[in-house]
Ligand binder design. Structure first.
Ligand SMILES: *[C@@H]1O[C@H](CO)[C@@H](O)[C@H](O)[C@H]1NC(C)=O
Ligand SMILES: *[C@@H]1O[C@H](CO)[C@@H](O)[C@H](O)[C@H]1NC(C)=O
Ligand SMILES: *[C@@H]1O[C@H](CO)[C@@H](O)[C@H](O)[C@H]1NC(C)=O
Ligand SMILES: *[C@@H]1O[C@H](CO)[C@@H](O)[C@H](O)[C@H]1NC(C)=O
Ligand SMILES: *[C@@H]1O[C@H](CO)[C@@H](O)[C@H](O)[C@H]1NC(C)=O
Ligand SMILES: *[C@@H]1O[C@H](CO)[C@@H](O)[C@H](O)[C@H]1NC(C)=O
Ligand SMILES: *[C@@H]1O[C@H](CO)[C@@H](O)[C@H](O)[C@H]1NC(C)=O
Length: 385
C-alpha cells in the first residue's frame, strides 16, 4: 500500500515537472519570430543536411557520421558540419525560430514543400561555391552550386497555382530573411591551385583580380535572381579568413606561406581582397534593385577580432581530427576534445557551435556591431520592407 502511494506521488511529481517543462517550451514557442520565414543559401557553414541526399557526394563533404552532432539536441549527426548547431541555426534562433529551416532536399523527398511558408527552407550545400565547378567532381564528387540553389528557390516561388499550389505568396517572400554565406570554397580551391602550382617548374599564370571579379559577377547575378523572385531582405556573410582553418594552417607550414596569424597567407589575402568587393556589390545592388535592403557581416574583421580577443583556449587546432593542427579527417576513429566551447575549430574546416554563436550574435546585433554594415540583422528586419 505504502509502496503504491509512493509510486503514485512520484508519478505526480514527474508529471508536474513534465507539465512545467511543457509550459516553458510553450512560452518559448509562442514568441513569434521576427520574420515569417528564413531562406538560407551557401556552403557547409550553413548546410543542415542537403548533402546527405546527394548520391555522389563523398565523405569529404558530408557530416553524416559520428562524432558530428555530438552536442546537437539529439546527440547524433544530421548533416551539420558542427559539434552542435551551426550558423544557420544560431541566426534563426536570434530571430525567434527553434533552429534553421529544414533542408530543401529532405522536404522535396518528403513532398512537404508547404513547410516553406511556415519556417522557410535551407538550400545550402557543403563544399559548394559561387562557381559551378567549386566542390563538384574534384573535392566532393558532388555539391549544389549557389546558382542551382537559387534556381531551386525561384522555381518553387514561381510555381503556378494548380501544380501543387504556390509555395508562398509575394508578401511572405518579401518579409522573409534571405541569409547567404558563400565564397569560402571558391577561395580554398583557387588558393590551393596557387600554392601547389608555385612548386611546379612552369606554373599557369593567374590573375587574382580577374578571378575575384568573376566571383562577384556570379554573386551579383544570384542576388538579382533572388530579388526578381521577390526576396527583399538580405543578410550576407563574407568569407572569413579562410587561410586560418586547421587544414590551411598545415598547408601554410608545409609550403612555407605562413602569415602573421600563423595562417595561409595566400588564402587570407584573397579573403581580404574579396570583402570590399562584396560590400561595393551590395551597395550598388541596393540602389539598383527596388525595395532591396541588406546587412553585410564582415567575417574577415570578425575573425581578426576573435583571434585577438575572444576567450577560446585553442584557436589553431581542430577539436576533432588527427595529426598536425588536427587537420586529419573527423570521424568515429577520432576522440574529439572534451572542452568543445574552448575550441574555435570543430574540424579541419569548420567552427564549433561556440564560435558560430559569436558570429550569429555579431550579425544580429549583440555587441560587435562594428562588423556589420550598414545595419545589423535586428535593424534590417525591424524596418518596413
Ligand atoms: C571525393 O570524390 C572526388 C571526385 O570523385 C575524388 O577526387 C576525391 O578523392 C573523393 N574524396 C574522398 C575522400 O573520397
Ligand atoms: C534543382 O535545380 C536543378 C537544376 O535546375 C535541378 O536539376 C534539380 O532537379 C532541382 N532539384 C529539385 C529537388 O527540384
Ligand atoms: C587582371 O585582370 C584585371 C581585370 O580583368 C585586368 O584589369 C588586369 O589588367 C589584369 N592583369 C594582368 C596582369 O593581366
Ligand atoms: C615547395 O618548394 C619549396 C622551395 O623549393 C620547398 O621548400 C618546399 O618543401 C616545397 N613544398 C612541397 C610541399 O613540395
Ligand atoms: C599578402 O598581402 C600582404 C599585404 O599586401 C603582402 O605583404 C604579402 O606578401 C601577401 N602574401 C601573400 C602570400 O601573397
Ligand atoms: C574574456 O574573459 C575575460 C575575463 O573573464 C572577460 O573580462 C572578457 O570580457 C572576455 N572576453 C570576451 C570577448 O568574451
Ligand atoms: C577515419 O579516417 C581515417 C583517416 O582517413 C581512416 O584511416 C579511418 O579508417 C576512418 N575511420 C572510419 C571509422 O571511417
Amino acid at each position: 500500500m505504502m509502496a503504491t502511494i509512493r509510486r503514485g506521488a512520484l508519478a505526480l511529481v514527474a508529471l508536474s515537472s513534465v507539465l512545467a517543462l511543457a509550459a516553458v517550451r510553450g512560452a518559448a514557442a509562442t514568441k513569434k519570430p521576427l520574420v515569417p520565414a528564413m531562406f538560407v543559401f551557401g556552403d557547409s557553414l550553413v548546410d543542415v543536411g542537403n548533402n546527405n541526399h546527394l548520391a555522389r557526394c563523398n565523405v569529404s563533404c558530408r557530416a553524416d557520421r559520428r562524432p558530428y552532432g555530438l552536442d546537437y539536441p539529439c546527440h547524433s549527426p544530421t548533416g551539420r558540419f558542427s559539434n552542435g548547431y551551426n550558423l544557420a541555426d544560431l541566426l534563426a534562433q536570434q530571430l525567434g525560430f527553434a533552429e534553421s529551416p529544414p533542408p530543401f532536399l529532405y522536404l522535396s523527398n518528403a513532398g512537404d514543400i508547404r513547410r516553406m511558408s511556415t519556417a522557410g527552407i535551407n538550400f545550402a550545400s557543403g563544399g559548394s561555391g559561387l562557381l559551378p565547378t567549386t566542390g563538384n567532381n574534384k573535392v566532393c564528387g558532388e555539391a549544389i552550386p549557389m546558382s542551382e540553389q537559387v534556381g531551386n528557390f525561384t522555381s518553387l516561388v514561381r510555381r503556378p497555382a494548380g501544380s501543387g499550389g504556390r509555395a508562398a505568396d509575394d508578401d511572405l517572400i518579401a518579409k522573409s530573411l534571405v541569409f547567404i554565406s558563400v565564397g569560402s570554397n571558391d577561395l580554398f580551391e583557387y588558393a590551393d591551385h596557387l600554392i601547389t602550382e608555385a612548386n611546379v617548374s612552369s606554373p599557369t599564370i593567374r590573375n587574382d583580380t580577374a578571378f575575384l571579379q568573376g566571383l562577384i559577377a556570379s554573386y551579383t547575378s544570384n542576388v538579382k535572381e533572388l530579388h526578381a523572385a521577390g526576396a527583399r531582405r538580405f543578410s550576407v556573410l563574407s568569407p572569413s579568413l579562410v587561410g586560418c582553418c586547421p587544414l590551411q594552417r598545415k598547408v601554410a607550414k608545409d609550403y612555407g606561406d605562413v602569415d602573421r596569424l600563423g595562417c595561409l597567407g595566400t588564402a587570407n589575402n584573397l579573403s581580404r581582397q574579396l570583402y570590399p568587393m562584396i560590400a561595393a556589390m551590395l551597395q550598388g545592388l541596393s540602389q539598383e534593385l527596388p525595395g532591396m535592403s541588406y546587412s553585410l557581416g564582415d567575417a574577415v574583421g570578425m575573425a581578426g577580432w576573435v583571434f585577438g580577443n575572444a576567450n577560446f583556449t585553442t584557436l589553431d587546432h581542430a577539436c576533432c581530427g588527427g595529426g598536425d593542427f588536427g587537420a586529419g579527417l573527423c570521424n568515429s576513429s577520432v576522440t574529439p576534445c572534451q572542452d568543445r566551447s574552448g575550441y574555435f575549430f570543430w574540424d579541419r574546416f569548420h567552427p564549433t557551435e561556440a564560435a558560430s554563436a559569436i558570429t550569429a550574435r555579431a550579425l544580429f546585433g549583440g555587441g560587435t556591431e562594428r562588423f556589420v554594415s550598414p545595419v545589423n540583422v535586428k535593424q534590417l528586419v525591424a524596418a518596413r520592407p
